[in-house]
Ligand binder design. Structure first.
Ligand SMILES: Nc1ncnc2c1ncn2[C@@H]1O[C@H](COP(=O)(O)OP(=O)(O)OP(=O)(O)O)[C@@H](O)[C@H]1O
Length: 291
């Protein structure tokens, strides 16, 4: 018993935890946040399968290390730079997507420099909302497929370029006409900016979200795809079922009623502008004062 007490007295001070400061806590929280986000993100992408492959290779390297297989270790050592570059190239689309999503997160808008919320005005009128709702449900009734991307803060110029310029005031008749079967503009997506249809036949990036129902085809995948890489709101009318769905922030809401679609559009319309750019307001006030 006494021996144990002596041993504890000798070793306990050595086991004492190092001093943990506030910076260490913040550091741990940040690392946990990024690791968690990384794991959630990777689980729903194609990268998950690739990651499993990489883990198997790492397992083999570990075994080679344990048994000191010098030739394998030499090859790994000499190829490591090439392997890292290869991984970056393989994951390039996913890395790009994750950085774009990070840029859209509210964390960035918490920093006054990146806060653009104050400058946003009503994006489109009530008339445009009515025309969109009418067109989508009219098309749904007769099972005409449609894909309509409504631009918000992030400019979709690179996707606009893939289509044919329209630049016309948005009306339900025009939308129905564009998506009419066997017409030159019916394929691909229509891009809406404000109250205007800017382009038709646009090609959108396809989502590689494995969670999406296998019944859904490329129209829905393209709708979700553009909502993953931008803050746009996309309306999808199914040619098969006539159902109206909405994709936003990588999530698909299926089988919407006209009231639900209107609600989503009113949200995107951004009528009530909340001025949270307090710092900018303060600075402006001071500048006026100083004049
Ligand atoms: N990458 C893309 N960008 C824009 N539009 C696309 C893209 N891929 C497919 N489409 C559109 O989707 C149509 C094909 O839809 P498909 O039948 O595969 O989709 P779906 O999701 O099953 O929808 P539906 O329920 O309407 O059949 C194409 O004719 C084209 O208009």
């Amino acid at each position: 018993m006494q021996d144990i007490a002596v041993m504890l007295a000798r070793y306990l001070p050595k086991l004492a935890l190092p001093q943990v400061g506030i910076t260490d806590v913040i550091e741990i929280a940040l690392i946990s946040f990024f690791v968690y986000q990384f794991m959630v993100w990777i689980k729903f992408t194609r990268a998950y399968t690739l990651l499993k492959g990489i883990l198997i290779v790492l397992g083999f390297i570990f075994i080679a290390y344990v048994f000191q297989m010098s030739t394998i270790l030499w090859i790994v050592k000499n190829l490591s730079t090439v392997l890292i570059t290869a991984v970056i190239i393989i994951f390039q689309p996913e890395l790009r997507k994750v950085l774009e999503q990070l840029g859209q997160k509210k964390i960035m808008s918490a920093i006054p420099l990146f806060d653009t919320s104050k400058e946003v005005q009503e994006r489109f009128t009530d008339k445009t909302v009515n025309e969109l709702v009418k067109a989508c449900f009219d098309m749904g009734e007769v099972k005409t497929g449609a894909l309509i991307v409504i631009e918000q803060n992030i400019r979709l110029t690179e996707y606009e370029r893939t289509g044919i310029n329209v630049d016309a005031v948005l009306t339900s008749q025009l939308l129905i006409n564009i998506f009419e079967h066997n017409t030159p503009l019916h394929d691909g997506a229509v891009l809406v900016r404000g109250n205007r249809i800017v382009a038709a036949t646009c090609y959108l990036p396809l989502s590689d979200n494995m969670e999406l129902s296998k019944q859904l085809g490329t129209r829905h995948r393209a709708g979700v795809g553009i909502s993953e890489v931008s803050d746009s709101l996309t309306i999808i009318v199914s040619e098969e079922t006539g159902q109206v769905s909405v994709a936003k922030g990588g999530k698909l809401s299926r089988g919407l009623t006209s009231a639900q679609l209107r609600e989503a559009l009113v949200k995107a319309q951004n009528k009530k502008v909340v001025d949270n750019g307090k710092l900018r307001h303060l600075l402006k006030g001071r500048a006026k004062h100083e004049q």
